[in-house]
Design a protein around this ligand. Structure first.
Ligand code: ATP
Ligand code: LTN
Length: 330
């Protein structure tokens, strides 16, 4: 029997090259080998206020981009988190099995506090417990995520072990699957910070729906250094190293072959070649996206995904509730 893999992406704003390389590409690459469950984390995204009209649009875009990036609904189960009510219910149960100290240690939360972000919600603080529920309810072996989410999968493992010890073997312990190349794609404008939808500079982030012209411009003006050598060295050449990662991830060429290929050439030549590869990927994705976004296929795929996911999720929630004693029936 195939091993199972599960992951989710928040539909906040548009997906970008970082989310594609760090997570989405992995779902696609592994869909033949594993039984893939890919969902849209629409509860996680409201931990920060979202404009309702924009959010509704982003939801459809996100599903369309899953498909346009190559996820095949015949192979993968694609669904909306809120279509499976058991996520939120198990989320509360997981909340009750996670300690405040553990949540206080989550770097994503700590970073927000350190930055002095105001009006942080209870949802932001407890969101790793909902993520644990998202994962454990399907008992996947692997969870493909970018580097920034690794800590949340590790917390999930701790909570699952604690639950199994308290109540008897209930959950499979999942492993985070972090890509060897591209687990943390950096901003093109500040290569010491992650490429992110919330990047303060739009120029640092390549959205999957950016026009190739716009994307090319962003790459050509990416921040580099004055060492004039295409070399993978994240300490002294973070900008060039970031471009090498992007190029390597999209072409499959390893770092040393890239260094050899561009030996003696200027940064302009290198950037042009990176832009060619990125733009041709964007064109491929956008071509499919345009066909999908105006069809009914999105609703059909989500309905189908719901049917498949619900059976597993409800059965697991039932088992958990019986084990912890909150059901009258045994
Ligand atoms: P953002 O910071 O853009 O809001 P996020 O990480 O908060 O993104 P998602 O869009 O849900 O939220 O991320 C989807 C997946 O993509 C996660 O597994 C995340 O680790 C990964 N990911 C996001 N940004 C990057 C990046 N810059 N490099 C590699 N992986 C990334
Ligand atoms: N928290 C993740 C999104 C997410 C997720 C998950 C990823 C929610 N539930 C379960 C993997 C598995 C994020 O912020 N990117």
């Amino acid at each position: 029997m195939k091993k199972r893999m599960l992951s989710g992406i928040k539909p906040t704003g548009q997906l970008h090259l970082g989310s594609y390389i760090g997570a989405l590409k992995q779902f696609v690459d592994y869909q033949d080998e594993y039984e893939v469950f890919a969902f849209i984390a629409n509860l996680h995204c409201i931990t920060v206020y979202q404009d309702p009209i924009e959010l509704r649009k982003n939801l459809r875009d996100c599903v369309a981009l899953y498909l346009a990036c190559g996820l095949d609904p015949e192979k993968a189960t694609i669904f909306l988190q809120t279509d499976i009510k058991a996520h939120a219910q198990l989320g509360f149960i997981m909340n009750c099995n996670t300690y405040m100290g553990e949540l206080n240690r989550m770097t994503q939360y700590k970073d927000k506090v350190a930055k002095g972000e105001k009006n942080l919600t209870g949802g932001i603080f407890t969101y790793p417990t909902l993520m644990s529920a998202d994962i454990l309810i399907y008992e996947p072996h692997y969870v493909p995520v970018g580097e920034d989410q690794k800590q949340h999968v590790e917390l999930t493992r701790d909570v699952a072990n604690r639950f199994n010890n308290r109540y008897g073997k209930t959950f499979t312990i999942p492993e985070p699957l972090i890509p060897k190349i591209g687990a943390r794609i950096m901003s093109l404008q500040d290569p010491t910070t992650k490429m992110s939808k919330s990047d303060h500079s739009d120029k640092g982030c390549i959205y999957l729906l950016d026009s190739p012209k716009k994307a090319r411009k962003k790459i050509m003006s990416a921040k580099t250094d004055d060492l004039a050598q295409v070399k993978f060295d994240t300490v002294n050449q973070p900008g060039i190293s970031n471009l090498i990662q992007i190029y390597s991830s999209l072409t499959g060429i390893n770092f040393s072959d890239i260094e050899t290929k561009f030996d003696g050439l200027g940064y302009g030549d290198f950037k042009k070649e990176v832009a060619n590869v990125v733009c041709s990927k964007l064109e491929e994705i956008q071509g499919k996206y345009n066909e999908i976004i105006n069809s009914n296929i999105i609703e059909e795929i989500l309905a189908d995904g719901k049917t498949k996911a619900e059976v597993l999720a409800n059965a697991k929630l039932d088992e958990v509730q019986r084990k912890i004693g909150i059901e009258i029936k045994m």
